[in-house]
Structures are given as C-alpha cells and as structure tokens.
Design a protein around this ligand. Structure first.
Ligand SMILES: [Fe+2]
Ligand SMILES: [Fe+2]
Length: 349
C-alpha cells in the first residue's frame, strides 16, 4: 500500500490543521495545538534529579550479606539495567521524535531523552559500584547478547524497532499502524512492563531492608518512567481522536498479542532470576504481577484485559504511597515549583 493517506491529502488540499501523525516538522507554537504535551514538558522539568543525589554506600555492605540466589538475581538485574534505557533512548530519537509531528510533543521528548540519559548514568554508576571487577562489568553489557533471558527481551525490543526502521514518513494507514504499534510497544511493554518487573525485584529487596541506595534511585526512575508511559498513552489517545479508523479489530489483536508476548519474555527473565524461588518472590507470584500490570496497560489503552490477575505484591502497592510521600518530602529542596497534583501513581498498580 503506497497511496497517501486520503485524510492527509484532503486536509493538505483544504489547508486544514494537520493531524499529529501527518508527516513533517511542524514549528508553530502559537496558537498551541497540543497544550497538554507542553504542560507535560513543564511538569517533567519540576522533577529534575541527579545521580549524585543517590547514596549507594550502604548497598555495598548489603551485597556482602546476600545469599547466592539473591546475588544471582542482582547480577541479572544489573545486566538488564545496563542496556535497557539506552534501547529506549535510541527508539525515542529514531522513531518517536521523527514521527510525532508536534513541537509541543518534541519538547517533551527532548526532556524525556535527557531523563533516559540520567537513567543510563544511574545504572552505569550502579554497575560500577556493584561490580568491582572490570570483566564482570563487560559481561553485564554483553548480557544483551549472551544471557538468553536478557537477549530475549532485547530482541523483542529490536524487532519492534526494526518494524518501523524503513518508514521515512507516515504516508499510509499501514505506516501509521506500524508506528502506533512501536509507540505502544515501548510504552506498554518495555517501560510499562519490563521496567515495572525490574522495579518489583528492587522493592522486594527493599521490603527486606536491603539495597536502599538502589531503591532511592529507582523511586526517581520509576516516577520518570510512569510519566513517559503516560505521555505516550496521551499520544495514542490523541491519534485515536484524530484518526479513529486506525483503531480497529486488527490493531486490538496486535496490541493484545504483543502484551502477551512481553509477559512471556518477562516470565522467562523471572524464571532465570528466581530459580526455585526466594522468600516472597518466585516465578508464580511474578507471573501474577506481570499479568495484572499487562491488564492495566490494555485497559488504559482502551482494550479489554485478558488475565484478570490480582497484584500479589503488597510491597508494590505500598510503593505508590511511599513514592508520593518521598516526592512531597523532597519538594522544598529539590523541586523548583509546587507539584499541583500532576503526578499520580494510583492508576499504575
Ligand atoms: Fe528510562
Ligand atoms: Fe523511559
């Protein structure tokens, strides 16, 4: 299918306002077509944090206390974190920035790119602290090729990046659907499921009084990722309003299958991390958690949930409350402006 999207052609002929996915590099900010994206950019700036604020000292003493199973889990987590945010940042630049044609959205994406860089720096610092041996550090970066449970997740990401690689501009309905699938994949499956799974292991350690430095940095990464996902879903909502015909049964099936595949990939990672199970953390409880999160993502996107699972991790429900508390405690010293209720975690647990 190579024909220009008929709506785009008609709008161009009539000089009507463009849609968000119409190709080009829109520059006009007044009048502002997408003020919500601009407000999200401004809100994100209020949440600035730096890696230097995270104190990892007590983690080093904790690492020495871990059992062999726990050490294995942390090694795998660090290896996943080593490359995860770089993959997201690459997709942001190569695909999202290119095709979401709104200067307001591109402001937000510029800010998100900075946040992904801070995440990469945080995980690099974590890796340098947790793995003193240079060979172990190199192995962590190579995990994306050498550790099957991490390679599987990476190849899932790369497949969805490759699916849009050759699209120069979103001319056709088929192009737009492929772009939407990439956007939904990175928000719902990667930031919204793979990363949430990883955060659950971190908060499981914290619930046992361990690795507070990692948990502190994770609180801030978690908040950023929640906002990245929320922005992406708002883009999906906007496209749905502008081009409802893109959201048909086929897209519903594709998104649902994609989420199921992401749950399976994350479960393979869980089997690797949990082995025969640790107190309060095993593959079965992680399965329930991932299914519950996947259902939430589907529902947020307007699709039917498929699993009907409950969240088994009370420490993740607590996380919503604690994170908000930390957020307000930190506000006087760390944030430039009052929050005004722009951050809510309630919907994501
Ligand atoms: Fe990130
Ligand atoms: Fe992100």
């Amino acid at each position: 299918m190579t024909a220009v999207h008929p709506d785009a052609e008609a709008r161009a002929a009539a000089k009507q306002p463009r849609n968000l996915l119409d190709p080009g590099f829109e520059l006009t900010l007044r009048p502002m077509r997408y003020p919500d994206f601009y407000e999200r950019y401004r809100d994100a700036i209020k949440n600035t944090w730096t890696v230097e604020e995270v104190d990892l000292h007590s983690d080093v003493a904790d690492l020495a206390k871990l059992s062999a199973g726990e050490r294995h889990m942390i090694g795998r987590l660090v290896a996943f974190f080593a490359t995860g945010d770089s993959i997201v940042a690459n997709n942001l630049v190569l695909t999202l920035y290119k095709h979401i044609n709104s200067p307001e959205a591109r402001l937000y994406l510029s800010r998100q790119l900075f946040e992904e860089a801070v995440h990469v720096q945080f995980y690099l610092t974590l890796l340098d602290t947790y793995l003193p041996d240079p060979e172990d550090r190199a192995d962590a970066f190579a995990a994306v090729e050498n550790i099957p449970s991490i390679r599987e997740k990476a190849s899932f990401c790369f497949r969805w990046m490759d699916s849009v690689e050759k699209i120069e501009s979103l001319q056709t309905r088929a192009d737009r659907r492929r772009f939407l699938l990439n956007l939904i994949c990175f928000a719902a499956c990667i930031e919204g499921l793979f990363f949430y799974g990883a955060f659950a292991y971190v908060y499981w350690f914290r619930s046992r009084g361990l690795l507070h430095g990692l948990a502190t940095g994770t609180n801030w990464v978690f908040r950023d990722e929640t906002m990245h996902m929320s922005f992406a879903f708002e883009v999906v909502d906007t496209v749905r309003k502008e081009e409802p015909d893109l959201f048909d049964e086929e897209l519903t099936r594709q998104v649902t299958d994609m989420l199921k595949e992401a749950v399976e990939a994350e479960l393979q990672f869980a089997r690797d991390l949990c082995g025969d199970g640790l107190p309060g953390m095993n593959t079965e409880s992680m399965r329930q958690y991932l299914e519950c999160v996947a259902d939430q993502r589907l529902q947020r996107l307007g699709f039917a949930p498929v699993y009907g699972s409950e969240n088994p991790f009370s420490f993740m429900e607590l996380q919503g409350v604690q994170e908000l508390t930390n957020f307000f405690e930190r506000r006087p010293s760390a944030y430039q402006v009052a929050v005004e209720g722009s951050v809510s975690f309630d919907d994501d647990f």
